[in-house]
Design a protein around this ligand. Structure first.
Ligand SMILES: Cc1cc2nc3c(=O)[nH]c(=O)nc-3n(C[C@H](O)[C@H](O)[C@H](O)COP(=O)(O)OP(=O)(O)OC[C@H]3O[C@@H](n4cnc5c(N)ncnc54)[C@H](O)[C@@H]3O)c2cc1C
Length: 377
C-alpha cells in the first residue's frame, strides 16, 4: 500500500498533522499502542497557558488561539476551551521572580498584578502567609483534550486518511524516492515520513538513518486529591508557584497537583514514582489548607525537549523526505492546531502558514538546523 504521507505517532501532534495533510494527499497515521493518545497526549494537565514556554512557544500558542476559540464547523460538539484563569504566586521574599511574567503585560495579553487578598478570594485554599505577590492571567483555560483529539481523528477519516493502531514501526528504508515502513503485520510505502513519535522521535529517526536531534524525555508526576470540605473550588484558577514550577488546579470538585518535576529519563511507558508522590502530597499540605488523606489518582507523563526547549518542525537537513514534528515539551496540546497546519504546509514544500508568520515566526526558527545550545547536563 502506497501513501503520500506516513505519519508516525497518533498523539495530538501526529493526529493534527495527519488531518491537515489529508486535505492534500493520501495519509496513513500509524500508532504503536492499541489506541491513540496513550502517552503524553493522554497524560497532560490540559491547560491553555499562553504565556508559558519560550518566546517561540508563546508565539505558537497565540497562533493556535483562533482555532481553539472557533474550530471549523462540525469539528466538535463541545467548546474546546473553558476559561479558568491562572494565578502565579511568589512567596514572601521572592516577589522579584514575577518580573518576567509581568513584563509580558501588553495590549491583548492579559497579565495583571493583584494583591494577596484578591489572590485568596480567587483561590481560597491558599495559605495567606505564603503569598508575597501574585499575578492573574484571565486568559488561562482548560482544554478539552479528548474533544480536540477526537475532532482531528474524525476529520482525518472524513478526508480519506487512515489510522492503524497497535503497529509499531520497526524499520524504515528509503529507495527510489519512496520510504518503506515495516510494522509487525505489513509493509507500507510513502513519499514522505512525518516523525511525530513524541519521546521516541529520535528512535524513529535512527530507524531511518537520520541523525538524532538530541531529544530528552522528562518525567512529570501528577496526583488528584479531594478538595477542601465546605469550600467550592470548582471555579478556582490554576495556581502556579513561580519559584518551583509546582502547580495545582481544580479537577471537577477535586484538586490536581504537580511539583513541576522534570527528571530526564529514557522514552518509556512512564509510571509515577512513590517518593515523588509523597513529596508532592507534603508540598500540597504546606502550601494550601488541604489535608491529603488519600491519593485519588496518580500518573506520570513524558514532556520531551531539545536543548533550547522549542519544537522542531521541518524536513531533515541531510536525509530527504524525512520530516520532523517533535520536541513539543510541555506545550504540545496548545500548540497542536498551529503546528499541525504548519507541518502540513512545510511537508508539502509550501510556505509557512500566515498565522505563524504574522506572529513573527520564520520556517528557519522551527527547523533542526537552527542554532541550539548543547543539551544541558
Ligand atoms: C504531566 C504533563 C502535563 C502536561 N500539561 C500540558 C498542558 O497543560 N498543556 C499543553 O499544551 N501540554 C501539556 N503537556 C505536554 C503535552 O502533553 C505534550 O507536549 C503532547 O501531548 C505531545 O504530543 P505528541 O503527539 O508529540 O506525543 P505523544 O502523545 O507521546 O504521541 C507520540 C506517539 O507516538 C507513538 N510512537 C512512538 N514510536 C512509534 C513507532 N515506532 N511506531 C508507531 N508509533 C510510535 C507513541 O506510541 C505515541 O502514542 C503536559 C505533559 C505532561 C506529561
Amino acid at each position: 500500500m502506497q501513501y503520500d504521507f506516513l505519519v508516525v505517532g497518533a498523539g495530538l501532534s501526529g493526529t493534527a498533522a495527519a488531518c491537515e495533510l489529508a486535505s492534500h494527499g493520501s495519509v496513513l497515521l500509524v500508532e504503536a499502542e492499541a489506541s491513540p493518545g496513550y502517552h503524553a497526549t493522554g497524560r497532560s494537565a490540559a491547560l491553555f497557558t499562553p504565556h508559558q514556554g519560550t518566546l517561540l512557544v508563546q508565539a505558537i500558542n497565540r497562533a493556535s488561539a483562533a482555532f481553539f476559540a472557533k474550530p471549523p464547523v462540525g469539528f466538535t460538539d463541545h467548546p474546546l476551551l473553558a476559561l479558568r484563569g491562572g494565578l502565579t504566586i511568589a512567596e514572601p521574599g521572592q516577589e522579584h521572580l514575577l518580573q518576567d511574567l509581568l513584563a509580558l503585560s501588553a495590549p491583548g495579553r492579559d497579565v495583571h498584578p493583584i494583591d494577596g487578598e484578591t489572590a485568596l478570594k480567587l483561590a481560597p485554599i491558599l495559605r495567606a502567609e505564603r503569598i508575597g505577590a501574585a499575578v492573574h492571567e484571565p486568559g488561562v483555560a482548560d482544554i478539552d483534550v479528548a474533544a480536540l483529539h477526537q475532532g482531528y481523528l474524525r476529520e482525518l477519516k472524513r478526508r480519506g486518511g487512515k489510522l492503524i493502531c497497535g503497529q509499531r514501526i520497526s524499520a524504515l528504508d528509503h529507495q527510489g524516492g519512496l520510504w518503506t515502513a515495516r510494522v509487525p503485520d505489513a509493509l507500507f510505502q510513502a513519499r514522505v515520513i512525518v516523525n511525530a513519535a513524541g519521546a521516541w522521535a529520535d528512535h524513529v529517526a535512527a530507524l531511518a538513518g537520520v541523525r538524532p536531534i538530541g531529544l530528552v524525555p522528562k518525567r512529570r508526576t501528577a496526583i488528584i486529591v479531594d478538595g477542601l470540605s465546605g469550600v467550592d473550588t470548582r471555579s478556582m484558577p490554576t495556581v502556579d508557584f513561580t519559584a518551583t514550577d509546582a502547580y495545582f488546579k481544580p479537577d471537577g470538585d477535586r484538586i490536581m497537583a504537580s511539583l513541576g518535576d522534570q527528571d530526564p529519563v529514557e522514552a518509556q511507558d512512564i509510571q509515577p514514582d512513590e517518593w515523588e508522590i509523597a513529596v508532592l502530597a507534603d508540598w500540597l499540605q504546606r502550601e494550601t489548607l488541604l489535608s491529603v488523606k488519600r491519593i485519588g489518582h496518580s500518573w506520570a507523563g513524558l514532556r520531551t525537549f531539545v536543548s533550547d526547549d522549542s519544537p522542531v518542525v521541518g524536513f531533515d537537513d541531510a536525509v530527504p523526505d524525512f520530516f520532523w514534528l517533535a520536541a513539543q515539551g510541555g506545550y504540545g496540546i496548545m500548540m497542536a492546531p498551529a503546528l499541525g497546519r504548519a507541518a502540513a504546509a512545510l511537508a508539502r514544500h509550501h510556505d509557512l502558514t500566515v498565522e505563524l508568520t504574522t506572529q513573527g515566526i520564520d520556517a528557519a526558527d522551527l527547523c533542526r538546523s537552527r542554532q541550539m545550545p548543547p543539551p544541558r547536563g
